[in-house]
Ligand binder design. Structure first.
Ligand code: MTE
Length: 315
């Protein structure tokens, strides 16, 4: 159905990892710590390139694997609001998606509901670089150096009530900016959800950047979710509303194909997608497939969340 089987990226489309490391060294030598000082309109309206974010602390949760080149991370995307082909978001989102001003309403079963503007979210907690694997249900994967802060930091501030059991993430659906929203391909807005304990887990990130810079539009600017042990579609892009609720949210992909995309969507090589195996994956930039790891390699950190659950039933 809608999510397609994998296609490959040509090695010629991939730029060198050395560029990233070179730029990182340059930033360090310049004292990138100053970069966030003048947050606000200027950060988003930079005339050349995307502004850098900093200072960034390194995270013990980071993968040690080789990161996927920036050119691939930003040109091979799923963001159906900008079309369903992998190259559509890079072609259509930059310039169209207006990411400033931007606000995120945090509401529902919380003691302190609040509308945060993006500038205050950028300052909410220290920004970290988190190198995470992202595994798409289609069978491809990447390793991405995200910049963000744990969602738990936000949750702590709004204080969920005893009724909050799940968190729903609602993303922008503006047909004026997003040509894909005019098509009935999916039900808009794109909605995802997590159980409250999954949302609070220290691995769960609200990302505002990647490769040390503000998020590119096609990767879900200005703020998106990253849940590294779940299939990529759980990582909702361009979030405008975070709602704490008592009932399990009806999420976009569950509505689109309940037998194909479950609510939990934990990466599980033992549970096939009905139309293809999930046992292996192709890391973008590599030719040979590699085995997919349970929970995308994060089992040690997250398996406890699902103790006693039948993960074939709750897929
Ligand atoms: N978020 C929104 N709003 N719309 C989408 O279509 N696609 C999801 C997820 N978040 C999607 C979304 C899917 S299927 C994947 S695999 C990841 O974003 C891809 O993230 P990336 O393009 O930054 O790698």
């Amino acid at each position: 159905m809608l999510i397609r089987p994998p296609a490959d990226i040509l090695p010629s489309e991939i730029t060198s990892q050395a560029l990233f490391l070179q730029r990182r060294r340059l930033l360090q030598s310049l004292g990138a710590g100053a970069a966030l000082a003048g947050l606000g309109q200027d950060l988003w309206a930079a005339p050349e390139g995307r502004p850098t974010l900093g200072p960034l602390s390194a995270s013990p949760y980071s993968s040690q694997e080789k990161t996927t080149p920036l050119a691939s991370v930003t040109s091979y995307n799923n963001f159906y609001e900008f079309g369903s082909a992998k190259e559509d978001p890079a072609r259509q989102a930059p310039g169209r998606l207006k990411t400033h001003p931007w606000s995120v309403a945090v509401e529902g079963e919380v003691k302190h509901p609040r509308v945060y503007d993006i500038d205050s979210l950028l300052k909410l907690a220290p920004l970290e670089e988190r190198i995470y694997r992202l595994r798409c249900v289609e069978g491809w994967s990447m390793v991405i150096p995200w910049v963000g802060f744990p969602l738990a930091e936000l949750i702590r501030r709004v204080e969920p009530t005893g009724n909050a059991k799940y968190v729903e993430f609602v993303t922008l659906a503006d047909p004026a900016q997003m040509p894909g929203v005019r098509s009935p391909l999916l039900e808009w807005p794109y909605v995802e959800g997590l159980r409250l304990d999954e949302a609070r887990h220290p691995l769960t990130l609200l990302a505002v950047g990647l490769y040390g810079e503000v998020l590119p539009a096609q990767n879900g600017a200005p703020i998106r979710l990253v849940v590294p042990w779940k299939y990529g579609f759980k990582s909702a892009k361009s979030i405008v509303r975070i709602r704490f609720v008592a009932e399990q949210p009806r999420t976009t992909w569950v509505k689109a194909g309940p037998s194909e995309y479950g609510f939990y969507s934990n990466v599980n090589p033992a549970v096939d997608h009905p139309r293809w195996s999930q046992a292996t994956e192709r890391r973008i930039g590599e030719f040979r497939k590699r085995p997919t790891l349970p929970f995308n390699g994060y089992a040690e950190q997250v398996a406890d969340l699902y103790r006693g659950m039948d993960l074939r039933r709750f897929f």
